[in-house]
Design a protein around this ligand. Structure first.
Ligand code: HEC
Ligand code: HEC
Length: 408
C-alpha cells in the first residue's frame, strides 16, 4: 500500500480516537517551546523565563482559544472579529443555528490548538500538517516569500491538497469557511509575533543567560492590565504586530503573461522544448525529479519547518538534542522527497496558469526552487535564465508527463 493510501485509511480512525480521547487543556495556547529552544540555542540561555513572560504578553494581546482578541491598533479589514469569534471556542451553535468552534470541529485534530501543526492526528502524516506560526505557506498565487491571499486560502479549503492529509472542506458554508480563514490568519499572526518576540528577548531584551538577572527592568513581564508598562517597548511590540499584519495585507497575486502563439498552436513541439529544458542545466528539474520526472533522485533534504530545529542548528536529525525537542512538540524529522511528476494531480493546481506560477515561485518552505526568469534576449545578447516562453514550454511538458490515472 502506498503511504498516501495508508494515510487516507488511517486518518479517519485517528480522528475517531482523538475525538474520543482529546483531553489536552483548551483554555490556553501552549507556548512555542521548540522555537524558544531554537532562539536561545546559541546564547546558551534557559528559555523558561522568556517563554512565560511572552506567554503572558500574548494572552493579554491576543486572548485565549476560547476568547480570542486582536491587539489594540490591529489594522482593520484583515480579520473579521465576528469570524474570529465563530471559528474559536468549543463546538456549539446558538438559537439561530449559527455555528461556533469551526476550527476545533474541523482543523484542530491535525493543526493543533495553537496552529503548530502537531495536533493529535499529525504524527503519522507525511507531509505533516502545516505549522501556521512561521507564516510560511506553500500553495498560493503570490510570490514565494509572500503570504497567501484570502482567495488562495478559500481555494485551498474548498479543494484540499491531493495526496496529503489536508481534506476538502467544500461542505462548509461560505460563512464557516471565511471564519476558518480568519482564524488561520489570526493563529499565524499570533504565532509569528511569538517567534519574533522570542528572538527579540534573547537578542535585545536581556534574557540571555549572563544578563537575565542583571536588569529585570528590560523584561516583558511589566504588564499592567494587559498593557506593557514601558511605553517605548509597547510601541515596539505594537509596531511588530502591525508589520506582520501588513505582510498579509500586502499579499498580491503574481501576474501571469499570456502563453505565446507557438504554445497554443503546437503543444507537442512546446512539450518537446520543455523536455529538453527539464533535463538541461538551466532548469535542471531532472536533478531532483529524476530522468523521467518520477522522483528518482534520493535526497536527504528536509523542509524549512524541520531544518529550523535540526540542520540549521547544526544538530543531526537523529541527535539527542533533536530527540529532546520532540518532548516540547517538535515532529520527528522526515526527509522531503521531490514529487513523482507522472502522478499529476498537483497540489497547487494542475491547470496551466497554476503550473506557470509554481515554476516561477517554486514551493515556499521546501527545496523546490523558483526559476530565474529573464527577459527574452535582444539580438545575440547572451542571457542566463529562463524566458517566460520557456516556462510555458515546461508547463506543456509537465502536462504530457502527468497523465490522469497515474496517481497512486
Ligand atoms: C486530517 C488532517 C488535516 C485536517 C483535519 C486539516 N488539515 Fe490543513 N493541512 C493538513 C496537511 C497534512 C497539510 C500540509 C500539506 C503539505 O504540506 O503539502 C495542511 C496544510 C494546510 C494549510 C497550508 C497550505 C499551504 O499552502 O501551505 C492550511 C492553511 C490549512 N491546512 C488549513 C486547514 C484548516 C483551516 C482546516 C480546518 C478547516 C484544516 N487545515 C484541516 C492536514 C489537515
Ligand atoms: C532541488 C530539488 C528540486 C528541483 C531542482 C526541482 N524540484 Fe520540483 N519539487 C521538489 C520537491 C522537494 C517537491 C515536493 C514539495 C512538497 O511536496 O512539499 C517538488 C514538487 C514539484 C511539483 C509538485 C507541485 C504541486 O503543486 O504539487 C512540480 C510540478 C515540480 N516540483 C516541478 C518541477 C520542475 C518542472 C522543475 C524544474 C523547473 C523542478 N520541479 C525542480 C524539488 C525540486
Amino acid at each position: 500500500m502506498s503511504p498516501f493510501r495508508i494515510a487516507h485509511v488511517l486518518l479517519p480512525c485517528l480522528i475517531g480516537v482523538c475525538l474520543a480521547g482529546c483531553d489536552s487543556p483548551t483554555d490556553r495556547f501552549r507556548p512555542n517551546g521548540v522555537y524558544a529552544r531554537v532562539a536561545s540555542y546559541h546564547v546558551d540561555a534557559d528559555p523558561q523565563t522568556a517563554t512565560s513572560d511572552i506567554d503572558a504578553l500574548l494572552s493579554a494581546w491576543f486572548g485565549t482559544p476560547d476568547s480570542p482578541r486582536l491587539p489594540e491598533g490591529f489594522p482593520p479589514g484583515l480579520i473579521d472579529p465576528k469570524g474570529l469569534a465563530r471559528a474559536a471556542g468549543p463546538v456549539s451553535s446558538d438559537k439561530q443555528g449559527v455555528r461556533f468552534g469551526i476550527y476545533r470541529a474541523n482543523c484542530v485534530v491535525c493543526h493543533g490548538l495553537d496552529g503548530g501543526g502537531n495536533g493529535p492526528a499529525a504524527a503519522l502524516q507525511n507531509p505533516y500538517p502545516r505549522d501556521f506560526r512561521p507564516g510560511v505557506f506553500k500553495y498560493k498565487s503570490t510570490p514565494r516569500g509572500f503570504k497567501p491571499t484570502r482567495a488562495d486560502l478559500a481555494k485551498l479549503l474548498r479543494q484540499g491538497l491531493p495526496g496529503t492529509g489536508m481534506p476538502s472542506f467544500a461542505r462548509l458554508s461560505e460563512e464557516d469557511l471565511n471564519a476558518a480563514i480568519d482564524y488561520v490568519i489570526y493563529l499565524s499572526i499570533r504565532g509569528e509575533t511569538e517567534r519574533r518576540l522570542l528572538r527579540m528577548a534573547f537578542e535585545e531584551l536581556g534574557y540571555a543567560a549572563e544578563e537575565a538577572s542583571a536588569d529585570p527592568g528590560d523584561r516583558l513581564t511589566m504588564l499592567e492590565s494587559g498593557h506593557l508598562a514601558d511605553a517605548e517597548l509597547a510601541d515596539e511590540v505594537g509596531a511588530l504586530v502591525q508589520e506582520i499584519a501588513t505582510t498579509w495585507l500586502n499579499a498580491e497575486s503574481l501576474e501571469i503573461p499570456e502563453p505565446p502563439a507557438a504554445f497554443e498552436a503546437d503543444r507537442a513541439a512546446a512539450a518537446e522544448r520543455g523536455r529538453e529544458l527539464f533535463h538541461g542545466p538551466l532548469a535542471n528539474c531532472a536533478s531532483c525529479h529524476g530522468q523521467n520526472g518520477d522522483g528518482g533522485a534520493v535526497t536527504l533534504d528536509f523542509d524549512d519547518w524541520t531544518k529550523e530545529y535540526t540542520t540549521r542548528l547544526g544538530a543531526g536529525p537523529e541527535s539527542s538534542e533533536v530527540r529532546g525537542l520532540r518532548r516540547v512538540g517538535a515532529m520527528k524529522p522526515r526527509p522531503i522527497s521531490p514529487r513523482n511528476l507522472s502522478w499529476g494531480n498537483f497540489r497547487g493546481g494542475s491547470d496551466e496558469r497554476a503550473l506557470y506560477r509554481l515554476l516561477v515561485s517554486g514551493i515556499a518552505g521546501t527545496p523546490m526552487p523558483g526559476l530565474l526568469i529573464v527577459a527574452p534576449p535582444q539580438g545575440d545578447e547572451a542571457v542566463v535564465g529562463i524566458t517566460p516562453d520557456q516556462v510555458w514550454d515546461l508547463v506543456a511538458y509537465l502536462q504530457t508527463m502527468s497523465a490522469p490515472g497515474n496517481s497512486p
